[in-house]
Ligand binder design. Structure first.
Ligand code: SF4
Length: 302
């Protein structure tokens, strides 16, 4: 099979959602936030493809406006919020990007490379630069509102896909820098992976691809992203919620139960953190950490 990071991640979160998206290929309605992220990527690619020339800020905004789709937003206020948010990102990107300074060797680089005898790895890398020391830098543009921690970046699984691709596309390169470029705060965060980490990631992707190809029953696995799932109306886990009233009561019930559990668990987690001097507690892929930008409140990240 051909496996991309997005397919891998969807399967890991919920096999049934994977089936709806990648096997049944049920198309999902366009979501404003996804459309928005895609358009910002297009603006960045539009600028990078002209390197070493840089389009003016006005040219980038013209491209942004021409490709904007008003009909996706629920009202004018929401549309304006998104539109201004994007304009701000473009302004910072334009002010920071220095055309011609870097050796950009690929933008929107599609890859489909062999992973094992049975599987291929595929995806698109936003940008690949050749660094003066002979290394390669992979840059992935993000439109997230908040910044992750350095630990999140060091553990991010998506970058493994890109490093595996680079190793196959440019085998002569032995040093790879992996960078996430967060457009909203205009911050870049970098990491690296050693051979052992890449080997382990490769094994994990192959094992997942093997499981998917032999799987008969793709189970619904409710998770904290269900509220954003486009297939809730087909999902057996939500079958009892026929009307929007049912749905609302169920959500309120769940909220109250979760709130009670949090009220009990939060002091316990704080106690463990204070005792151990740790700011992050980890279980599998899930981490609970103290969010310094939000009054040290506990936050979850996976
Ligand atoms: S609603 Fe949740 S459980 Fe159902 S398919 Fe979507 S992600 Fe899976």
């Amino acid at each position: 099979m051909r496996i991309s990071y997005s397919a891998y991640d969807t399967y890991k979160k919920c096999p049934l959602k994977y089936k709806f998206s990648y096997i049944d290929k049920i198309s999902a309605p366009k979501r404003p936030e996804l459309f928005f992220g895609g358009l910002i990527h297009s603006v960045v690619q539009y600028a990078l493809k002209k390197d070493p020339l840089m389009p003016s800020y006005e040219e980038l905004i013209k491209f942004y406006e021409e490709n904007w789709e008003s009909s996706l937003y629920k009202d004018k206020d929401q549309e304006k919020q998104y539109f201004d948010f994007g304009k701000n990102m473009i302004f910072h990107f334009h002010g920071t990007h220095k055309p011609g300074l870097r050796d950009i060797i690929a933008t929107e680089k599609y890859f489909a490379i062999p992973l094992s005898e049975k599987h291929q790895l595929s995806g698109v890398i936003d940008r690949v630069d050749k660094l003066p020391i002979g290394a390669i830098e992979i840059i992935d543009y993000k439109t997230n509102k908040s910044l992750p921690t350095q630990q999140d970046i060091d553990n991010d699984f998506q970058m493994n896909f890109y490093q595996l691709a680079v190793k196959s596309l440019w085998p002569e390169i032995d040093k790879v820098k992996l960078t996430f470029y967060f457009l909203k705060p205009n911050v870049q965060m970098s990491t690296t992976r050693d051979d052992y980490a890449i080997d382990m990631a490769k094994k994990e992707i192959i094992a997942t691809a093997d499981t998917i190809t032999s799987q008969k029953d793709f189970c619904a696995t409710p998770n904290r992203f269900c509220d954003w799932c486009d297939f809730q109306n087909r999902c057996p886990a939500f079958a009892d919620l026929k009307t929007s009233d049912d749905r609302e009561s169920k959500i309120i019930e769940k909220f109250l139960a979760a709130k009670k559990a949090i009220d009990v668990l939060e002091p316990e987690i704080n106690k463990i953190m204070n005792k151990s001097g740790k700011d992050v507690l980890k279980s599998g892929q899930i981490r609970i950490y103290r969010d310094k930008e939000n009054d040290n409140k506990l936050s979850i990240r996976d």
